[in-house]
Every structure is written in structure tokens, then in C-alpha cells.
Design a protein around this ligand. Structure first.
Ligand code: NDP
Length: 292
């Protein structure tokens, strides 16, 4: 048996197409959704993400505002920029690219963003809304994972879901979303005992660890749906590198029912969901019906 490969590129293109249609409708009313991205410093991976976000924002017809600040920017200056963006009616979504340089308090900065414009869903208010099952801005990566799971499996009710990783940006919100779908959810992390056995019980296995190919095929229940969030750059010999996930794809694909590849799985969905969240924020700001 070979697992079905869940094509995140195709799925993300479909989501972006729907967002573009929503943008066209808003523009017909004289409203252009706008996304502001703030990058502090020159982390090379963040540079790539920010460039891709800007390009795709423009491709769906939105306005893109990029703010690049030097690595030694003070907290006061960054907070002042966030305040300006909060007050700017042309900006419907604000994203501060993480990680921030060490001298800046990321929690303080994120919580300074107007929750209605917090398209990353990291503001404490949105975290609380999600945790209590209320309408929230949902973090983009787990939202993309959930969309793919729903598309693959339909109703998720009653399924055993194991999320490996408990970060605030992926693991915890992923677990909340799955709980919201009435899955039986286990959150595993670096202190979990018998992780292999925990994983073997999963109908849905979401890996968000950041350790290359940590989860082999024999940790996977036959027929399970595997979502691999990990993005790890490893040595490919001859001075080259390649990207791998947290799951050992070659062995997992022989056991799973369906699996996301790395690259081309969860990654493309993240930006597509960011755009979808910006469209939603714009509709809410203008008291218009939200896209489905
Ligand atoms: P973090 O480093 O914040 O969290 C990693 C989690 O994995 C922690 O909860 C940690 O446990 C757990 N962990 C570490 N080692 C083990 C282990 N040996 N066994 C079990 N659990 C372990 O990472 P992120 O959540 O930010 O990211 C996870 C991965 O997802 C990374 O590869 C990242 O690049 C990728 N990513 C991909 C995105 C995309 O768009 N596709 C977006 C965001 C992230 P503990 O809490 O106990 O330390």
C-alpha cells in the first residue's frame, strides 16, 4: 500500500483563488484589503518568508505594506510602528515576523497588535477565543493543516489525534482546533514517554517538532493521516542541502493512508491561510459577511 500524497501546492492555489475572488468583490465596493508585514533584522529564512508573503499578497489583489527595520531597532520604535498600523484604516492585517531579535519581547509586541488585525492569531485574546471555542483569528499553519484534514477525511469526530509538539504557534493551536472538531486529542512533547506507542494510536498524526525525519514509518498506524509540519534543512552531500520534514517520508508513505510531503505540503498552505485571514479581517472591519 502507498499513501495518498496530499498536495499542499494545489490546495493552496485553490484557497488563494477563493481569496482573490473575495478581494475582487470587496474592490467592487471600493475596499482593498491590506496586509502589513514587519520584519526586524536580516534572518535569511524570515527574508524568504516575507518576500513570498508580499508577492502572494499582491497576486490575490491585496495591498502589501512591508516594514523592514534594522536588527538593533528599539522596542519603543517597534511598538510605535505597531500602534501606527493599528490606527491605519488601509491595513486590515498585521504580521510581525518571528523570531524577533533577542532584545525585543515578542509577547509584548504581539499583544500590542489590535486583535482584530492579528492575522497570525497569536494575540492573547485570539488564543483565548480559540481555547474557549469562540470566533477567533486562527494561527495560519494549524488552520492550513485542519483544512487539509477536513478535505481528506470529512468529519473528524471521534478520531484519535496526536499532535507532536506544543509550541504556541503550531502544536497548541493545532490541538485546540482538533478538539473543536471533537477528536480525542493527545499532545506529545520532548518529555512524553513511549512516544512511538503514543503515535501508533493516532488516526491523525500531526508532527510539529523541528527534528529531521524523527518519526519513522513503524510509529504510524496503518491507514493514518499524517500531517508533517516540520521544515528541516539537512546536508545532501556535495555541498548541497535539502528540506525534509519531521516524518521519515520513505517509510511513512508505505504505512499511512495519506501524508503531506515536505516541501509542498503544509508550507504553501500557511501563506494561503494568512491571506484568507486578512480577507476575513477586512470583511469584519467593514461589517460585511465573512468568506466561508
Ligand atoms: P518549537 O521549537 O517551538 O517547538 C517544537 C516542539 O517539539 C516543542 O514542543 C518540543 O517539546 C517538541 N519536541 C522537541 N524535541 C522532541 C522530541 N524528541 N520528541 C517529542 N517532541 C519534541 O517549533 P515550532 O512549533 O515553531 O515548529 C515546529 C516545526 O514546524 C519546525 O520544523 C518549523 O520549522 C516548522 N514550521 C513550519 C511551518 C510551515 O509553514 N510549514 C510554520 C511553523 C513552523 P518541548 O515543548 O517539551 O520542548
Amino acid at each position: 500500500m502507498t499513501a495518498q500524497i496530499i498536495d499542499g501546492k494545489v490546495f493552496a492555489a485553490r484557497v488563494r483563488g477563493q481569496v482573490a475572488q473575495g478581494v475582487t468583490k470587496l474592490k467592487a465596493r471600493g475596499i482593498t484589503p491590506g496586509l502589513a508585514v514587519v520584519l526586524v533584522g536580516d534572518d535569511p529564512a524570515s527574508e524568504v518568508y516575507v518576500r513570498n508573503k508580499g508577492r502572494q499578497t499582491i497576486e490575490v489583489g491585496m495591498a502589501s505594506f512591508e516594514h523592514r527595520l534594522s536588527a538593533d531597532t528599539s522596542e519603543a520604535d517597534l511598538l510605535a510602528l505597531v500602534k501606527r498600523l493599528n490606527a491605519d484604516p488601509a491595513v486590515h492585517g498585521i504580521l510581525v515576523q518571528l523570531p524577533l531579535p533577542k532584545h525585543l519581547n515578542a509577547d509584548l509586541v504581539i499583544n500590542a497588535i489590535d486583535p482584530a488585525k492579528d492575522v497570525d492569531g497569536f494575540h492573547i485574546l485570539n488564543v483565548g477565543l480559540l481555547g474557549t471555542g469562540q470566533k477567533a483569528m486562527v494561527p495560519c499553519t494549524p488552520l492550513g493543516c485542519l483544512m487539509m484534514l477536513r478535505d481528506q477525511l470529512g468529519r473528524l469526530e471521534g478520531l484519535n489525534a496526536v499532535v507532536v509538539g506544543r509550541s504556541n504557534i503550531v502544536g497548541k493551536p493545532m490541538a485546540q482546533l482538533l478538539l473543536g472538531e471533537s477528536c480525542t486529542v493527545t499532545i506529545a512533547h520532548s518529555r512524553t514517554r513511549n512516544l512511538a506507542d503514543v503515535c501508533r494510536g493516532a488516526d491523525i498524526l500531526v508532527a510539529a517538532v523541528g527534528r529531521p525525519e524523527m518519526i519513522p514509518g513503524d510509529w504510524i498506524k496503518p491507514g493514518a493521516t499524517v500531517i508533517d509540519v516540520g521544515i528541516n534543512r539537512v546536508d545532501a552531500g556535495a555541498g548541497k542541502t535539502r528540506l525534509v520534514g519531521d516524518v521519515q517520508f520513505e517509510t511513512a508513505v508505505k504505512v499511512a493512508g495519506a501524508i503531506t510531503p515536505v516541501p509542498g505540503g503544509v508550507g504553501p498552505m500557511t501563506i494561503a491561510c494568512l491571506l484568507a485571514n486578512t480577507l476575513t479581517a477586512c470583511c469584519r472591519a467593514h461589517d460585511l459577511p465573512e468568506p466561508e
